[in-house]
Design a protein around this ligand. Sequence first.
Ligand code: ZN
Ligand code: ZN
Length: 240
Amino acid sequence: MYLGGVLAVAVEALLPGLCPHCGRPLPGEDRGLCSECWSRIIPLAGAACPRCGIPTEDPSEPCLGCARKPPPQQATLIWGEHNGVLRTAILSLKHGGRDDLAPPLGARMAAAVAVLPWAETIDTVSFVPSHSLRRFRRPWPAAELLARAVANGLERPCVPLLRRHGLGRQTGRSRARRLALPRRSFSATARANQRHILLVDDVATTGSTLRRAAETLRRVGAETVFCAALAHAPDPRRFS
Ligand SMILES: [Zn+2]
Ligand SMILES: [Zn+2]
């Protein structure tokens, strides 16, 4: 499956103008994906923990992890599942240079946030930055592109507030390794005094990255932090 996604990304780099998921030519009015593939990208319908956004059975209560140790963010929305068309779209956005996917994906996230009770509170949109070395290779990382689109949809400013330290690649690391990352994997680039921030990321797995980023924002004065991630990637090692 992973190979399929990578191949799709490689093919589209050679053949722009094709839908990265199904390979059909994109008619002029379709942005990023063909309309059929867009129709197959749907938000998560199941219950999720209101604090960390990870799928759970009872949405009225925080999950066990959040009950034990409440996260620094007030609430989290995870928009979809990291598989199928959405997974291809994220791979294409992150590694295939398909920046045109960010505005329509970010607009979907913004629409989902806009109907939540805390949406009105948000005064600033920010994002989880990628590691500076990766940023050197890719000046506009996926989370930042998505955050700009979300900010646009919510009519709020998008403000970079964080810098990332350490080797940032999370995908492929074991859960134990991710959880063992140094606590200070982010620092703030500006004060976040009194702000009510929506922090955007592309993919959340255990939620530990969002927690650390939110914690950093709280430390530099953010009044409230809310989080939104485009997709939840189930942790393959969680139950092993
Ligand atoms: Zn398609
Ligand atoms: Zn939780």
